[in-house]
Design a protein around this ligand. Sequence first.
Ligand code: ADP
Length: 392
Amino acid sequence: MAAQLSIVVIMAIIAIVVVGMASYSIGLRDGEADRHSGIGKISDMELLFMQDSERNVAVYTLLESLPAPVVVCDAYGATLFTSRHLDSTIWEDGRLVDSEILGMLSVVSDSGTSRTRRMSPDDGDTWYAVTVASVGDGLFSVTFLDVTDQVTFERTRRDFVTNVSHELKTPAGAISLMAETITDCADDPEAVKHFSERISKESARMSELIAKLIELQKTQVIVPDGSLEPIVVSDVVKSAADELEAQIANKSITLSLNLDPHVTARIQTDALRSAVKNLIENAVRYSNTKGRVGVTVDCNDGGARIRVVDNGIGIPIAEQKRIFERFYRVDRGRSRDTGGTGVGLAIVKSVVEEAGGTVSVWSRPSEGATFTIQLPPAISDSEAAEAAAEAR
Ligand code: ADP
């Protein structure tokens, strides 16, 4: 929808620019034609892109500043104007060379109706919504709107649904199987106890997964830039740690907090609490009994830095780049016992990136792990502009 809207806006700008330039160039063309009587065959549009007047330069600059590259060409792809460098699989030596685009040009030239098609010049790394439209005088505009993010999002959403279905199917299948087994061995109290305990465990896993998915979904609510007031980071970190009191006590973990109360950040309180809670929860989950977990908040690079350190089992280096992916668990077998859904770190990443920050990990197996959230300075763009104006 957003991509379609962008295409409409860009096409409208190109149309306005081209019509404006065309009407301006008619006067020039008449003058030129008078001077060079043989040049009468040059169209308004062609002349338009041949003129180097001050006004045309301004219009070229405008076309170059559009978010999508634009090409103006004839029905065979010979270009009069290219607003930006294009991949050689699309454009080479003054011509459009992509066979799909040349086909679209031919169709639009016959029908007069514009066409849009998605294509990827590099086998799926970049995606464009390519729109071909007639701009009159036998010329056409070809616009390349980058829709890579949209395509990636659609693919991620598809994978996500597949993964969620798979993650829920496994415990649901186990529960149904064990319920059947209980019916079959109703006269064996030991077996009934064993299977009902396992049913409780599997349903707890399902509930945890559903709760995490709801949490993940909540963190993905987009808030307009600049609409958030700075919050005191240490208060949020403290409340996240308080919520985990029972888990910390159960494993006799020593938790130490070192929180600078002056550090602020522009981020949604609930989202930050959820991110920090997930990190502390992991630090506790992947620590041995009587382990040590430390949480610090300080100012770094003008922004808030939150660190969660543990001396637990650690993460193999080869796994570290994958742990922020949704549903990724280093040891699936183990997580059946320890709990865990593989969604916690995806929540952390989503929250932190939404706030313009980063999350990183340092870890060595058997030594422990340190997760660091770095948030940008709490100063807003308008405050920065005011401060700059005052300094001048
Ligand atoms: P989970 O719910 O399984 O903990 P996460 O997304 O929070 O899912 O974490 C992904 C994986 O990263 C975990 O399964 C675990 O293997 C590893 N991990 C995360 N935090 C730690 C930690 N502090 N120590 C060791 N391993 C960790």
